[in-house]
Structures are given as C-alpha cells and as structure tokens.
Design a protein around this ligand. Structure first.
Ligand code: DC
Length: 225
C-alpha cells in the first residue's frame, strides 16, 4: 500500500511509554487516516471516577457514570469530558495512578470497546492505538503492530517528556510507575496487553522517533499481517 490511498485498519499495541501515541499520530498524518488514542478514553473515564468519588467496587454507580459520560476526541490531541477540555488533566499523576485499576473493570472495557468499534467501522481507515486493539477491538485489522522498548528506555523517554513540560522526575520513580502499570495491564483478566500471533513486533529501544515511524510505515507498505 502506498501512502495516502486505501482505507486500512491499523492496530498499534504496546506497553506504557513505548511511544505509541506520538508514532501513531505521525503515521496517521503520513498515511492520511484518522487516529484514535484509546488510552485517552480510559484516562477520561478515570478522571470522571475521581471527580465523582466513585468506589471502584460499586458496579451500579460505575454503570451510572458510564451511561451519562460523554467523551469527545477533537483535533490536535484535545480530549473532552462532558464538553470540558481535560487534555492536560488526564495526564496528571492522580489519573496516572488510577487509570490501570479502572481499566481492569469489565463494564468500563465493554463500554469503551463498543465506542471504539463504532469508530473503527466508519469509512476512511483508522490507526488505533492501545493495549487490546489487535486482540479485542479490531481483530480484523489489516496491520497489527506491537511497539515495545526496554523499561529503561521507556522511563528515559517519559522523564524527557515531563522535563519538556517543566516537571523534573527521577528515573527510578518513573520506571517504578511504568513497571506497576505494565504489571496491571498485562495481568488483568479482561483483555490484557498481549502480543497477538500475527503482530509485527517492533522493538524501538535505541531507535530514534523518525526511525520508528519509518519502520511502521514500511511494515504497512509491505502489507505484512
Ligand atoms: O496508553 P496510555 O498510557 O494513555 O493508557 C492509559 C491506561 O489505559 C493504560 O495503563 C491501560 C489502559 N488502556 C487499556 O486498558 N486499553 C487500551 N486499549 C488503552 C489503554
């Protein structure tokens, strides 16, 4: 497939900090297909749970919140919760800490997966990024890519990203948070982070951002499945 034509469904999965969002966004720009950051949806629901002080064990309260919550994904990375722009707040440490436990809850997953599948069914192609895209949301994806990197590399990237926003964090602290999220995301019962059999694994350790984007585009262009 050459850049700019066709309507591919592209799934990108991988652990926290593997660079999925930035890479997927650039690939979407190059291939001119829509981009969906599913992690942002889990983050928005988590923020709502925090704001409404919902007990995660109270499934009725949780279902009520899910029914009345509107998540909007706008241009330029903007994320809206019931119409309010929460783009920055969903990346805050209190959301970071709770997002993996909230993502383990089956009603939350069912609700968001259904929204994601509706989006995937719209014409025009999509590049969707998360943890269960190839395994659950789009098992029929044309291309399944698993982006990985060593824990040290992922922690370094996160620290650099935060430093650019003026927040200095220790490498050990960031690595510990990432490890904890990896553990929860890959061991939960409902659609854990997994590498599907027909995925192309790209280990991005030591690769520059441009090299990763080129590699992903190359995988898509070669039509590997
Ligand atoms: O990609 P991210 O770091 O923004 O994702 C935040 C959390 O959301 C992640 O720790 C697990 C959850 N998540 C998920 O369970 N399934 C997805 N498809 C995407 C994210």
């Amino acid at each position: 497939m050459s850049e700019g034509n066709n309507y591919p469904k592209i799934a990108i999965d991988g652990p926290a900090g593997a660079g999925k969002s930035t890479v997927a966004r650039e690939v979407s720009r190059r291939l001119k297909v829509k981009y969906l950051d599913t992690g942002a949806m889990y983050r928005a629901i988590t923020l709502k749970v925090i704001r409404e002080n919902i007990d995660l064990a109270d499934s009725e309260a949780l279902e009520r919140v899910l029914r009345k919550t509107k998540i909007g994904l706008g241009e330029d990375k903007r994320v809206f919760l019931d119409g309010e722009d929460v783009t920055e707040e969903i990346r805050s440490s209190h959301v970071n800490e709770l997002v993996s436990p909230v993502s383990c809850i089956s009603p939350v997953r069912r609700h968001l997966v259904s929204m994601q599948q509706d989006i995937a069914d719209q014409p025009g192609g999509i590049i969707m990024e998360g943890r269960d895209i190839a395994s659950r949301v789009m098992p029929d994806a044309d291309y399944k890519i698993y982006l990985d990197a060593s824990i040290e590399e992922r922690a370094k990237r996160r620290c650099k990203e935060q430093l650019e926003k003026g927040i200095a964090l220790s490498l050990e602290e960031v690595a510990a948070v990432i490890k904890k999220r990896d553990h929860i995301d890959s061991r939960r019962e409902d659609s854990p982070l997994t590498i599907v059999e027909d995925a192309v694994v790209v280990d991005t350790t030591g690769m520059t951002f441009d090299q990763v984007v080129d590699k992903v585009v190359e995988v898509i262009n070669e039509g590997m499945r």
